[in-house]
Design a protein around this ligand. Structure first.
Ligand code: G3H
Ligand code: ZN
Length: 283
């Protein structure tokens, strides 16, 4: 069965590794992520954005994740990514999600606390874990787009108070990463990660994990990151593999001929991330 993130996040925090959230966008993503995690014997999180949920349909999404858990025997959490309302979080929980993110970062600090608390109260009663967010992460993901100028780093004191008042199971804080591909160099504020992680018993979450150099990921984990989200790198690997097949052969018509290489390319991405995050053999 699908498990809540509390099945593995406390161990990640204690042993200084990070569990990957790999976003699921279709069946090929789900199979690639599961295959990679099985080869690495790693726990993982299927992230599903509201856009991906609309695309796949909620019943298919839950059925695919449950099949992956059953087939792999791995601890897998099915997690709503950047949930925007209490209602969508409840809809996911009712449908079988084992974890939800409530992203109240576009509200005022006080409203973010109040709204996140409501989700935590309902989710906890169902054994479902909750991720909250503080500060604004830049870049584009599905329907959410934040200008670089509007991206705001999290204030450590606020992040700590946010945890204390909401009781979330992990906290995403804006520390310099962005959603999507990076234009320039990523500058991560390890000092903010460390100050927050030291003061709270749950891990810090790093969003926008695609395109972050390996060394920056290692330093982030050492500073207290215990969950890392990756989506764009898999999307790029998938599409590049498909493009390669189509460019080589104008007569190909069987989708399996280009979706199989696409899946295999994503297996490679996910395996290398799992190794980098240190979650191999932690299942
Ligand atoms: O919530 C999802 C992640 O933060 C994905 O970010 O597409 O830059 O890897 P990414
Ligand atoms: Zn994100």
């Amino acid at each position: 069965p699908l498990v809540s993130m509390n099945e593995f996040l406390p161990k990640a925090k204690a042993n200084k590794f990070a569990v990957g959230q790999f976003n699921m966008n279709n069946l090929e993503f789900a199979k690639a992520i599961t295959e990679a995690a099985m080869a690495e014997k790693s726990p993982f999180i299927f992230g599903v954005s509201e856009g991906a949920l609309k695309y796949m349909g909620i019943e298919y999404t839950v059925a695919i994740a449950e099949a992956a858990a059953k087939q792999s025997g791995l601890p897998i959490a099915l997690h709503l990514d950047h949930g925007s309302t209490f209602e969508v979080a409840m809809k996911c929980i009712r449908a079988g999600f084992s974890s939800v993110m409530f992203d109240g970062s576009h509200h005022s600090f006080e409203d973010n606390i109040r709204l996140t608390k409501e989700v935590v109260k309902a989710a906890r009663a169902m054994g479902v874990s909750v991720e909250g967010e503080l500060g604004t992460i830049g870049g584009v993901e599905d329907d959410i787009s934040v200008d670089e100028a509007d991206a705001a780093l999290a204030k450590p004191e606020e992040a700590i108070r946010f945890y204390e008042e909401t009781g979330v199971d992990c906290v995403a804080i804006a520390v310099g990463t962005a959603h999507g591909m990076y234009k320039g160099e990523v500058k991560i504020r390890y000092d903010i990660i460390e100050e927050v992680a030291k003061a709270i018993p749950v891990p810090v979450v790093l969003h926008g994990g695609s395109g972050v150099p390996d060394e920056a990921i290692r330093l982030s984990i050492a500073a207290g990151v215990g969950k890392i989200n990756v989506n764009t790198e898999n999307q790029v690997a998938c599409t590049e593999a498909i493009r390669e097949v189509l460019n080589k052969d104008a007569k190909v018509y069987d989708p399996r001929k280009y979706l199989t290489p696409a899946k295999n390319a994503m297996v490679e991405v996910v395996r290398s991330k799992i190794q980098l995050f240190g979650s191999s053999n932690q299942a």
